[in-house]
Design a protein around this ligand. Structure first.
Ligand SMILES: Cc1cc2nc3c(=O)[nH]c(=O)nc-3n(C[C@H](O)[C@H](O)[C@H](O)COP(=O)(O)O)c2cc1C
Length: 408
């Protein structure tokens, strides 16, 4: 059963919340309605209480029977849906303002967020509103965009609340996704590794770890138990994720292999070094001794060792960062390494990939039905959004919906 908090804010479309509640209850969802004080001027809480079969909360300070502990409610909720979402409530959600019961609840909510904006066209197209919506979408919120048509204010244009049926469908879909990895153990690797040249210097790369951290966070949000094997990065670990910190490629390999047998999915978003110093100096190399000659040796091939030791049932996702011939290299890597999914990104493009907030990737998967690989392009989006799409694929492979890999 999907557990929904429906946030209703104060717009003319608030009366349509009744239809949304009915649709959710009919679909078997449990619904708690939280209203802003402004929303209560447009629709009576009693209507929504009767339809949702639960008390409605509209006053942060009400200690009566309808009072909820918003932290406790957050523990029991899969999806927060704000519909209709006013320009004001979108601004609060985007910026973290908590001055009424809905916006306060929103800050404690850890599950999925769906917003269905509705407002006058000029309010909707104001740069402030557009920025707030874009910010929410970057964080992974599902935006059910308003439609165009006659508005209550007499204008014609975009701003009408999307049809309640579409909003219900988006909420149920978010609820299904929020549990798609429940009970699964997901191991994610992230960040670069460092290969020492001497006690103070190392070889490394530009990986920031952001893609791996986004994957770990999104996997935890979808109910997975997550282990994050992380190289040295400057990021806060996501809540509820166990972090194993490593430095060298060989340490990353050991940590991943130690987690592999218990893993339902292994997502290798890290950028471990391909080369290491053949013989790192035990003392600091001195300038006065002249330019040192560095001899490099291959670093351990983590993916190869994973291929040798993995269980058939573990879903393995590999990443390929390429600067040229992306498709050819990615396809070869997928087939060579026996991964179930390969995420390829072109790290020579500005604004995406290494050390960027955004990514734009191509997913390759082996196809059972024919030789070769199946390809899906994900347009440029925040790493949170891209992580969600990758995990949707992982969840469907785990659920057996996606063709099992033909080549391993
Ligand atoms: C008659 C009337 C209709 C309104 N309709 C909308 C609307 O559709 N969308 C919106 O964003 N604001 C609308 N507003 C403005 C909001 O009610 C106002 O910004 C309020 O502060 C929103 O509070 P809330 O976000 O806490 O619910 C309307 C105001 C009035 C008086």
């Amino acid at each position: 059963m999907v557990r929904v908090v429906l946030g209703v804010s104060g717009g003319i479309a608030a009366y349509k919340a009744a239809e949304i509640v009915r649709g959710l209850v009919d679909a078997g969802a449990s619904v708690r309605v939280v209203m802003t004080p402004a929303a209560t001027r447009f629709i009576g809480p009693l209507t929504l209480a009767v339809l949702s079969k639960n008390p409605v909360v509209a006053d942060l300070w009400d200690s009566g029977s309808g009072a909820v502990d918003h932290i406790e409610l957050a523990r029991q909720t899969d999806v927060l849906a704000v519909a209709p979402a006013t320009a004001d409530s979108l601004a609060k959600l985007a910026r973290g303002i908590a001055d009424d019961v809905l916006s306060t609840y929103a800050l404690s909510h850890r599950g999925s967020l769906v917003v269905a904006p509705a407002m006058n066209t000029w309010m909707w197209t104001h740069p402030a509103t557009l920025e707030n919506v874009a910010l929410l979408a970057r964080r992974g919120a599902v935006v059910v965009p308003p439609g165009s048509g006659d508005l209550a204010c007499g204008d014609v244009g975009p701003g009408r609340l999307a049809p309640p049926g579409d909003i219900v469908a988006a909420i149920l879909e978010a609820g299904r996704r929020s549990k798609s990895l429940a009970g699964k153990r997901v191991v994610v690797s992230a960040g670069p590794t460092r290969e020492p040249l001497d006690p103070v210097r190392f070889l490394s790369n530009r990986s920031s770890g952001r893609m791996g951290y986004a994957l770990a966070r999104e996997a935890a949000l979808r109910g997975a138990e997550v282990v994050l094997v992380s190289g040295p990065v400057a990021l806060e670990p996501p809540a509820g994720v166990r972090v194993v910190r490593v430095e060298r490629t060989v340490e990353m390999q050991t940590a991943i292999l130690a987690e592999l047998q218990a893993a339902d999915a292994l997502i290798m978003a890290a950028a471990p070094a391909d080369f290491q110093a053949e013989a790192p100096a035990s003392r600091k190399l001195k300038r006065a001794a002249g330019v040192p000659e560095l001899r490099l040796a291959p670093a351990p091939d983590i993916l190869k060792s994973v291929r040798e030791q993995r269980k058939e049932s573990t879903v393995v996702v590999a990443f390929a960062a390429e600067t040229e011939e992306l498709a050819e290299n990615a396809r070869r890597k997928l087939l060579d390494k026996g991964a179930d999914l390969l995420v390829a990104n072109d790290v020579s493009k500005p604004g995406i990939g290494f050390d960027a907030d955004d990514n734009e990737v191509i997913l390759y998967a082996p196809r059972a039905s024919r030789d070769g690989v199946d390809e899906e392009r994900l347009a440029r989006a925040s790493k949170a959004v891209i992580a969600g799409r990758i995990l949707d694929r992982v969840a469907s492979i785990l659920a057996g919906k996606w063709p099992a890999p033909a080549l391993r």
